[in-house]
Design a protein around this ligand. Sequence first.
Ligand code: 5GP
Ligand code: ZN
Length: 114
Amino acid sequence: MDSCIFCNIAEGTVPVRKIYEDADMVAFYDAQPQAPVHSLVIPRRHIATIMETNEEDVELLGKLLFKAQQLAVELGCEEKGARFVINCKEYGGQTVDHLHIHILGGRPFDWPPG
Ligand code: 5GP
Ligand code: ZN
């Protein structure tokens, strides 16, 4: 998807501060961090939202979530914890229509969300 910013990031045509990449995914620092730790994990394949995933994506989803956990540890969130977020569509507050997991840490977060 040429018009998708996260596809372009995955292809390397838009520069980001990468933390990790493999055949399935890329992780990088968010451009507008909302916390001392704010990184994103995205699949290389364009999947618009979590609602578009199906049974065939179970392995990929597991890999993305497990990598988010590993990166949270690497980024110093193991002791105090972190918030792992997947925003979805309008009500979920999704602004980039390419599936991504936010890793947020380094400060406490409120619950319930506003
Ligand atoms: P959403 O609101 O869709 O869950 O989150 C999208 C996130 O992507 C936002 O936190 C936003 O700051 C981040 N973002 C959008 N465009 C770029 C970009 O070009 N580079 C980086 N590093 N982050 C981006
Ligand atoms: Zn995309």
